[in-house]
Every structure is written in C-alpha cells, then in structure tokens.
Design a protein around this ligand. Structure first.
Ligand SMILES: Nc1ncnc2c1ncn2[C@@H]1O[C@H](COP(=O)(O)OP(=O)(O)O)[C@@H](O)[C@H]1O
Ligand SMILES: O=P(O)(O)OC[C@H](O)CO
Length: 496
C-alpha cells in the first residue's frame, strides 16, 4: 500500500493529511497559527510560524499513523494563494512578514494603476483585475518599504515566493526555488497564455526578474525533502494553489464542471479546458494546473467573506457559541424576516471588486431577532455565490447543470438547500470534503505512477448528498433582487 501525504497550508491553519491510494483519509494533523493585524486592513503571517506549524503537523501525522516515510509515495503541497514572502537566498531569513491575500494596504497603488489605464493590459496578460488581493502589488510594497530590499533584490540576493515556494524552499533546505503555474497565475506577474513571467507586467509593477522562482508543472518533481526534522527523503511531486487543488480533488476534469468551496471566503472555479476564457463580467481567468505538458484553465469568482460571516456571529456578535450552531438558530424561523446582510467586511471581491465597500444590514424592524440575522448571514453566503454563477454563465456561455461543493461551511445543510433554491440546479456534496488536500495528493500521485490516469481519480469521486431546488423560481428571483439592492447600498461606503 502506497500513501500520499498532502500538506495544506491554509489562511488560518496548517494541516497534513495522509491519504491511501483509494483517496481515503488515513490520518490528519492540524495546527492553527497567529494572525497579525498591524493596522486596519493589514493582515500578516509570521513566515517562521507558517513553516514550523506545517513541519510539526507533518511530523505528527506520520508519527501518529505509524507510517514509515518510505511508505509515502510522494508529497503534494497546496496552499493559501497570493500571500507574499521575500527572503534572503543565503540565510533563508525573511525580510518582512508574509503579506496575506486579505491585506488591503496596496489599494491606493491599485487605484493609481487604474487611473494610468493599465488594467486592460494587466487583465489580458495575467487574467486578473487590479486589486490588492494579488501578490504583485504586495511584493512591490515590500521592495519599496523594507530598507535596502530593492537594491538587494536587483542584486539577486533576495527570493520571492508564494506559500508553496516558501514550503518547497524549506523542505529542500534552499535547494529548490520553484512554484507551479496555478500559484504563479495569482501573482499578476505571470502571463497565463505564454506560461512565463511577463516583462511588461514586471515593468508595470516594478519587480526585478531576479527575485522570481522557476515555474514547474503542477504534477512533477519539485525535489526531495532533506530537512533534519523531517523523516526520510520524500519526493514533492504535486503543487497547486488551494482552490485549483480543490477543483482537481473534485474531479472537475471536463469544461463546464464547476465547484464552490465554502471556507473563510468562497471560491468558485469552472474548468474551461486548454483555452483561457477572457472574462467580461469581472471574473478572473486563471491557470487550473499543468499536468502531462498541457495547461488547463479555469474561470474563478472569489468572494472574500463566506464562512467568516459565521465567525463574526460567533466572535463579534456572540449570538452563537460554535459555527455549526448557526444552522439550528437559522432554522428556528421560517424566513429571514426581511433582513439582508451584506458581509463586505473586507470590501467586495468578484464580481464587484470594490475595496471601499463595507458590511451592511438592511430591512431591520422591531420584530427582528438573532435567528433572522443568523438566517440572513447564511443566505448572504449563498447570494454571493449565486452572483458568481450568473457571471460565470455569461462569460462561458455554459449553463450550470449542477454545483459541486466542499469546504467547512458545506457541512451546513440549510445553506446548501438555500443555495440549490437560489440557483435552480442541484448542489452536490461529495463524501470526502477535504478536496483541497485530496487534489494535491492526486497531483503528486499522478506524477509518481500511483494513478495511471485521471479516469482512476474520477472514479473515486463519490456523492454524499444532493440538494435539489424546491423554492418557486419567482420567490428566488424576488429575493435576489432585494439582495442586489442591499449590495448597492454597501458599495463605496468608505469613500462617502
Ligand atoms: N456548520 C457550519 N455552518 C456554517 N459555517 C461553518 C460551519 N462549520 C464551519 N463553518 C465555517 O467554515 C469556515 C471554515 O472552513 P474551512 O474550509 O476550514 O476554511 P479555511 O480553509 O478557509 O480556513 C469558517 O469560517 C467557519 O465559520
Ligand atoms: O486558505 P483558504 O482556504 O482561506 O484559501 C485562501 C485562498 O487561496 C485565497 O485566494
């Protein structure tokens, strides 16, 4: 029996999951780590803690499962995307904290680039829109604000990486400075059509080529582990950003097949095959993965606050004690009582891309209770996802037949039923909802011959539960119209 080890380095925790060849979970180890908020709108992680938490869960997962390293066929890495790190090539010392994808500090620079009229060029080359979300403006910020960083970068002394690159560097003790096309496509420095770092984008963003990692296929060798605390020498053979890995783990291998992950944020990806589909509806065109020499693409809608709105009810409003409690509270009322909650706590992502929007709650009357607010919070997740589906159908010309779902909040049956009601198509939850880690394991398993083909992987995908639409179409349309009005009121709040 060969095992595959997936390292899933997420925004709030590092996890290591061991899978067997059938895609079954053998063992999981997980560790949360510190979120650093130096100022309003800034979010950082300690690079040392990203690495140490990931290393410790990896060692723990292997030890407690009593699996010898030589029984592990390969490691797959998957990671929070866009988060930006810069370190010294000689010492491996970071020059600054990791700037997290949620960080908004470069909003002003993005505004300036938009005024300069470069957005169409940026979109054509990178598939992305001008927003602080992506790595490019964060990297520039580090180079411009850490004393001496720009000169050292130009002299070739510094290395840039997203989290995958940082983990590979540490696992191989600095021998490999590499990323994969799915992660590269989130930097705003990479041309998704040529499959290379793009000189024009580097010029626009003021980034010297000398800091960039090598881009290798998502399924293939990234070197063997050689860290003193890591048992054995295991090949890193699969790398993908977490949302693309989830698309792979959900076996979305044919154009039009779509998944949505309900985690901290919501990320919907539609596989579009070997041709990148340019978006005219403010979605992102992104690399899904590169396997077997071919690059495949996806359309993506990214929503910044998904399950995080449930955390806000728990930690901010304190109307629930645990996230799952929201389901019972929301189900204790027959409807939202007229309440619409727009969780624009970190601005709005796709399809609005409004860094200045802020949260809003509308329709409050004296009859409103915490149960209505709980219901409105869950519904807000589904409304945002429905907006993504509309944009995706318009961009791709493909009518969605079903939606595959995963992520922490996909355990919530009320949410998924409402999602199916709004979309008018079945929403399907698979048996294994750890699809992100599973996707990374599959990419590693394909590279090392554990799986002979994608067909074997697709046959492992099993349905857990199917949510079928039951709401009248007119009612769904009426609710969506109200939601759209609520969103309009939340927009541009900070500028007002
Ligand atoms: N039963 C539930 N109902 C609604 N939301 C939930 C439930 N369980 C977890 N969540 C939400 O799911 C999110 C965690 O999902 P996860 O996929 O682990 O996120 P991430 O990978 O982004 O850290 C949290 O924001 C949490 O509030
Ligand atoms: O770590 P997650 O699961 O919240 O995912 C973060 C995304 O990759 C950000 O683009």
């Amino acid at each position: 029996m060969a095992y595959l080890l997936a390292l899933d380095q997420g925004t709030t925790s590092s996890r290591a999951i061991i899978f067997d060849e059938q895609g079954g979970i053998v063992n999981v180890a997980q560790k949360e780590f510190t979120q650093i908020y130096p100022q309003a709108g800034w979010v950082e992680h300690d690079p040392g803690e990203i690495w140490s938490s990931q290393l410790s869960v990896t060692v723990e997962a292997l030890a407690s499962a009593r699996i010898a390293p030589d029984a592990v066929a390969a490691i797959g890495i998957t990671n929070q995307r866009e988060t930006t790190l810069v370190w010294d090539r000689k010492t491996g010392e970071p020059v600054y904290n990791a700037i997290v994808w949620q960080d908004r500090r470069t909003a002003g620079f993005c505004d300036q680039l938009r005024r300069d009229g470069v957005e169409p060029e940026v979109q054509a080359r990178s598939g992305l829109l001008l927003d602080p979300y992506f790595s490019g403006t964060k990297l520039r910020w580090i180079l411009d604000n850490v004393p001496g960083a720009r000169q050292r970068a130009e002299a070739g002394e510094l290395a840039f990486g997203t989290v995958d690159t940082w983990l590979i560097w540490n696992l191989t003790r600095g021998a490999v400075h590499a990323t994969d096309p799915s992660n590269a496509s989130r930097t705003m420095l990479y041309n998704i059509r040529t499959g290379e770092w793009d000189d024009e984008l580097l010029r626009i963003l003021g980034v010297p080529r000398a800091v960039l990692p090598v881009v290798r296929p998502s399924s293939g060798s990234f070197g063997a582990t050689s860290h003193e605390n890591m048992p054995g020498h295991i090949m890193v053979a699969g790398v993908a950003g977490d949302q693309q890995a989830a698309l792979f783990g959900q076996a979305c291998f044919t154009p039009g097949v779509t998944k949505n992950t309900y985690g901290t944020g919501c990320f919907m990806l539609m596989q579009t095959g070997t041709t990148p589909v340019a978006s005219t509806n403010r979605l992102l065109t992104t690399v899904a993965w590169n396997t077997g020499g071919a690059t495949e693409y996806a359309l993506e809608g990214s929503v910044f606050i998904g399950g995080a709105v449930v955390q806000w009810l728990r930690d901010g409003l304190k109307i629930i004690r645990t996230a799952p409690e929201i389901e019972e509270l929301a189900a204790s009322v027959p409807d939202n009582g007229g309440v619409y909650l727009v969780p624009a706590f970190a601005g709005l992502g796709a399809p609005h891309w409004d860094a200045y929007a802020r949260g809003a709650m509308l329709g409050l009357t004296r009859g409103v209770t915490s149960a209505h607010i709980a219901r409105a919070a869950l519904e807000s997740i589904a409304f945002q996802v429905a907006d993504l589906v509309s944009a995706m159908e318009a961009d791709s010309g493909i009518r969605l037949e079903e939606l595959r779902v995963d992520g922490g909040a996909s355990k919530n049956n009320l949410l998924l039923q409402f999602q199916a009601d709004l979309l008018g198509v079945p929403v399907i939850r698979p048996q294994v909802t750890e699809t992100t880690a599973l996707g990374a394991a599959y990419l590693a398993g394909l590279a090392t011959g554990v799986y002979g083909s994608r067909g074997v992987i697709a046959s492992q995908w099993k349905e857990d539960r199917r949510f079928v639409p039951s709401m009248a179409k007119e009612q769904a349309a009426e609710m969506r119209a109200k939601w759209t009005r609520a969103v309009a009121r939340a927009r541009h709040w900070e500028e007002a």
